[in-house]
Write a protein that binds this ligand. Structure first.
Ligand code: ADP
Ligand code: ASP
Ligand code: MG
Length: 422
């Protein structure tokens, strides 16, 4: 008998028929003698619908109230799944984040899980029940409902798996694993049977929405064996086949069979670029600009400061497009008057494209092939950032898909492993 956490995303929970299929799949695992905790997302489109309603009422709604409304999507789908399981003859009970409780900090709309109480879950599992825990939500120390950021049900699932020391966390979704890039953009993308934890972390942090970044962080911190697999197969496929399907995140580099230099390409349209022209080039300037931004709880991604000319310089950085307006407001109020910048220039239509691979550590020329490939398609690179295992560029978002397809081909990702181009 194993203790398994299943997570089902929005598409997987997207209709009555799909919820029935989830219940059949969970019932199969339960009947095979496993203890199962299920973490569902809201039904497809529901979170967008709810947040859309709020934004029709106010351009920048209060975070606490946004979380109150957004959390209802998961509450509904969890109860519906418990009902579907009961209809399958499986004893099941659903809990909201605050009932478990899943404790978080108070950063509304992007809260972080701080702890998960496992008493109720364990008692129900020991009584032979399937436990359904809402994804995406928690409760802060003051008793306010919080949500974990878009895609946050992945994080709920892996965090629950860590808290109850599950044997495995299975992330069921609408693709059958992690691909070399989003198969919706590049149909030639290939599924990886395994991906190293570090690569998955980079892919997720650079925009691959298949897993929320914090879920990968939890998987790494607590060594939770995590697998991404399809919920759209026959729900009654044999357990052994299901347990071998999809993509396993591995913590052992040696286990990684496909030792490509570049393993995957991630991209994100959620970017906005902000430049302050003509700021004095003196000690403390980065802090004067980014300090107030950080104090407003806005994450800054890429940062570039230009060469100084006549004592002044230009300072550019990127933020999530959702936080663009708030960032501009902070700059106008707290930064521009203080640092005496000459001009504020913004571009909301940029995208980030990144190549990722642990093989980049030991190979030179990888970034240069990236730049060459983009230049061959006449794509202008606006910003560059690198780490040991990734290179990211900011480009005009209208060229994003073109760039991703060209890079996928240039690095041989559409071919069988072992055919590296570098
Ligand atoms: P869920 O609702 O199950 O959480 P998501 O839409 O959040 O599903 O994530 C699955 C989607 O992630 C896929 O449909 C796919 O378009 C996208 N995706 C992006 N990058 C990748 C990748 N490298 N491999 C697989 N899927 C990816
Ligand atoms: N329902 C939430 C969202 O749409 C959480 C999730 O699906 O993981 O972002
Ligand atoms: Mg998701």
């Amino acid at each position: 008998m194993s203790l398994i956490v299943h997570k089902y995303g929005g598409t997987s929970m997207g209709s009555v028929e799909r919820i029935k299929n989830v219940a059949r799949r969970v019932a199969k695992w339960h009947a095979a003698g496993h203890q199962v905790v299920v973490v569902p997302s809201a039904m497809a489109g529901e979170t967008n619908r709810l947040l859309g309603l709020a934004r029709e009422l106010a351009p920048q709604p209060d975070g606490r109230e946004l979380d109150m409304v957004a959390a209802t999507g998961e509450q509904a789908s969890s109860a519906l799944l418990a009902i579907a399981l009961q209809a399958e003859g499986v004893a099941a009970r659903s809990y909201t984040g605050w009932q478990v409780p899943v404790r978080t900090d108070s950063s509304y709309t992007k809260a972080r899980i701080t702890s998960i109480e496992d008493t109720r879950i364990r008692a129900d599992l020991d009584a032979g029940k399937v436990v359904v825990v809402t994804g995406f939500q928690g409760i802060d120390d003051e008793g306010h409902i919080t949500t974990l950021g878009r895609g946050g049900s992945d994080t709920s699932a892996v965090a629950v798996a860590a808290a109850i020391k599950a044997d495995e966390c299975l992330i069921f979704t609408d693709v059958d694993g992690v691909y070399t890039t989003d198969p919706r953009v590049v149909p030639e993308a290939r599924r990886m049977a395994v991906i190293s934890f570090e690569e998955m972390l980079e892919m997720a942090s650079l925009g691959s929405k298949v897993l929320q970044i914090r879920s990968v962080e939890f998987a790494g911190k607590y060594r939770v064996p995590t697998r991404v697999l399809s919920s759209l197969t026959d729900p009654l496929i044999p357990l052994d086949d299901e347990m071998r399907s999809g993509t396993l995140i591995t913590f052992e580099e040696d286990e990684k069979m496909e030792a490509a230099v570049v393993s995957g390409i991630a991209f994100s349209r959620d970017e906005a670029k902000i430049t302050l022209l003509g700021v004095p080039d003196k000690p403390g300037i980065a802090y004067s600009i980014l300090g107030p931004v950080a104090a407003a709880n806005i994450d800054v991604d890429m940062i570039v400061q230009n060469q100084s000319v006549a004592g002044t310089t230009d300072f550019s950085f990127t933020v999530n497009r959702n936080e663009f307006q708030r960032t501009v407001d902070v700059l106008k109020r707290d930064v521009i008057p203080a640092v005496q910048a000459r001009e504020l220039v913004t571009d909301e239509k940029v995208a980030k494209v990144s190549i990722v691979g642990i093989g980049m550590r030991s190979h030179v020329g990888v970034a240069s092939l990236m730049f060459q490939t983009l230049s061959a398609d006449n794509i202008n690179i606006q910003m560059i950032s690198t780490s040991e295992i990734k290179t990211s560029v900011i480009i005009d978002d209208k060229y994003m898909e073109l760039g991703v397809r060209a890079l996928h081909k240039a690095f041989g990702l559409d071919q069988a492993p072992g055919t590296d181009k570098v």
